[in-house]
Ligand binder design. Structure first.
Ligand SMILES: C[S@@+](CC[C@H](N)C(=O)[O-])C[C@H]1O[C@@H](n2cnc3c(N)ncnc32)[C@H](O)[C@@H]1O
Length: 390
């Protein structure tokens, strides 16, 4: 993919592509190391607002480049990896560009389809069948991917990543026009999504967290996913949210990989957006160009506050999991706790070490000098419920 400078004015897209590229690499590598087939679907593929003649700043080329790399690496290791891409684009001019580019790529199995994503879903889901898929849904607003249309894709074996356009949706949540409210019911796939939203508000969630939570709950229910989580992409020039990448998976390993990518993407977001803000300041004040210092990370209080808030939520969740389960598999704890954004496996292991030291738990399966729990181990609580105090 291109450098952040190539995305100037659209830095949020840079972070989205940074995330997609790294997560896709991990999931494709893991799946294709174990099975020969992997299907990647980009439901709103573009090209869209590309400034590069080779389309290196678009999700479809980023995916093609990454999947070619993974395929070559696995082939070298003696594995017959066959990734397949399915790209969907409605706009005729964009589709013509898409098709012209992909028709010149001989070494990857690619289908480019023109049409409305929702109309093509049944055929795509049928074609994927039992193969592992990773579906990326990156719309321009909140239409064209109603929950009931997504249903067949959500029930596949694989995972989904949805760009949930929070900023757009938020502006219309309290809209007096009943047609707008109806539109949201379709997005959330519920006859009265607003009731679900107010339930979350009543439990103390902010308006923003409540909107995202309803969507994640609905994905979990409709797709029967074991884990749903999200990562927040901000507006480059403010601390406000632009959109959320919402991710659903059936396996704790997916959550672990997602959080690892988030760690890198969050640092990148802070660094690139910090540079963008400095650049904007320079343009306004006429001072020297500080863009060259983009990699010097500036302490960003709101981000650090956000991270520590999420970490205390995760720590509380861990304590309640231990209170409610006398014994629980380490990987189940990991899957649950790492659903909370900005929390790492090192954070989790640190809290477990504290609890062990305090005599509140033991890790069944640790041998010899082993200190760090791993999948296969069991977290066993050693105290009565009330004694596991935070
Ligand atoms: C946000 S852009 C996608 C950007 C692209 N995923 C990327 O990151 O480079 C959305 C794209 O979806 C196309 N589109 C909009 N509505 C669609 C629909 N209902 N079905 C398929 N494509 C659609 C638009 O023409 C546009 O190219």
């Amino acid at each position: 993919m291109k450098s952040p400078q190539a995305y100037r004015g659209n830095e949020q897209t840079y972070v989205k592509h940074f995330f997609l590229e790294r997560y896709l690499e991990r999931v494709a590598y893991i799946i294709l190391s174990n099975w020969p087939k992997f299907v990647y679907v980009d439901g709103f593929s573009g090209p869209w607002k590309s400034r590069d003649e080779q389309f290196k700043d678009t999700s479809f080329i980023i995916a093609i480049d990454k999947l070619r790399e993974v395929k070559a690496a696995l082939r070298q290791a003696g594995k017959a990896a066959s990734p397949r891409c399915i790209f969907i684009e409605k706009n005729p001019e964009s589709f013509a560009e898409l098709q012209s580019v992909v028709s010149r790529i001989p070494d990857l199995d690619i289908a480019a389809l023109q049409g409305e994503f929702r109309d093509l879903i049944p055929a795509i889901a049928g074609e994927i069948g039992r193969q592992f898929s990773f579906v990326f849904i990156d719309p321009t607003g909140w239409t064209g991917f109603d929950m009931h249309n997504l249903d067949p894709l959500l029930k596949l074996r694989g995972e989904v990543l949805i760009n949930f356009m929070f900023d757009h949706i938020n502006r219309f949540v309290e809209h007096p026009n009943p047609k707008t409210a109806e539109g949201f019911n379709s997005l959330f796939g519920h006859p009265n999504w607003y009731d679900l939203y107010t339930d979350h508000i009543d439990k103390g969630l902010s308006r923003e967290d409540a909107i995202v939570a309803v969507y994640m709950d609905r994905l979990r229910q409709v797709g029967g996913f074991a884990h749903v989580t999200c990562t927040r992409i901000k507006k480059p020039l403010s601390e406000r949210s632009y959109f959320y990448l919402i991710y659903a998976t059936r396996h704790w390993k997916g959550i672990l990989e997602f959080r690892k990518v988030e760690q890198r993407a969050a640092d990148e977001q802070e660094s690139v957006f910090g540079a963008t803000r400095r650049l904007r300041k320079v343009a306004q004040t006429g001072q020297e160009d500080l863009f060259a210092r983009a990699d010097v990370s500036e302490p960003n209080l709101p981000f650090e506050q956000q991270r520590s808030l999420k970490q205390s939520l995760a720590r509380s969740l861990l304590f309640s999991i231990i209170r409610e389960n006398h014994e629980i598999a380490y990987e189940s704890v990991l899957g649950k706790v790492l659903e909370i954004p900005l929390v790492s496996v090192q954070d989790l292991n640190g809290w477990l070490a504290e609890l062990r030291k305090a005599g509140a738990i033991e890790i069944v399966g640790l041998v010899g000098r082993e200190r760090v729990p791993k999948p296969g181990h069991v977290v066993r609580s050693l105290r009565t419920q009330d004694n596991i105090a935070e």
